[in-house]
Design a protein around this ligand. Structure first.
Ligand SMILES: [Zn+2]
Length: 155
């Protein structure tokens, strides 16, 4: 599912009391996106959100369409690995990040994979909003492709 960065969020209809949101990080093959280097601290903060503060769980798994098919076959899924925690399957939830002036940014949890493995550089307002988040994973986390069998065997 592709949405332009900054476009009104429309993936789910707003729930009661949910503020309007802006889409960020809904990348898909065939749609160019900005790449670049993130300021220190952004990744750790977004990763924390993807690990511990997601919303809008979906029934299916969205797979990254940017990864080469042979590297990301149907057996493998993208996981966020946090030291001491069970791996978290990515591609099934969203992270919402409050921005300036009441703006909310809605990103798929795969955004952490896009940042790590595809050098995706989100819009500056989103980056600033992420830097203002209090919680961050301190160290010892990564994103990896694993099979369910590997996850079951190791965790
Ligand atoms: Zn990918």
């Amino acid at each position: 599912m592709h949405f332009e960065d900054g476009s009104p969020y429309t993936y789910f209809a707003p729930g009661p009391g949910e503020p309007p949101a802006r889409s960020v990080g809904w990348l898909e093959e065939g749609h160019p996106f900005t790449i670049g280097r993130l300021p220190t601290g952004v990744l750790d903060r977004i990763a924390w959100r993807c690990a511990f503060a997601t919303t809008h769980q979906t029934r299916g798994i969205h797979r990254c369409s940017l990864c080469p098919r042979d590297a990301y076959d149907a057996e493998r899924e993208c996981y966020l690995l946090v030291r001491g925690e069970r791996p978290r399957l990515l591609g099934t939830r969203e992270v919402w990040i409050p921005g300036p002036r009441g703006v909310i940014y809605a990103a798929p949890d795969l955004v952490v994979h896009y940042l790590v493995d595809h050098a995706y550089l989100p819009p500056p307002d989103f980056v600033e909003a992420a830097l203002r988040l209090e919680d961050a994973l301190p160290f010892g986390w990564s994103v990896a492709f694993l099979t369910r069998a590997e996850v079951k065997a190791r965790w």
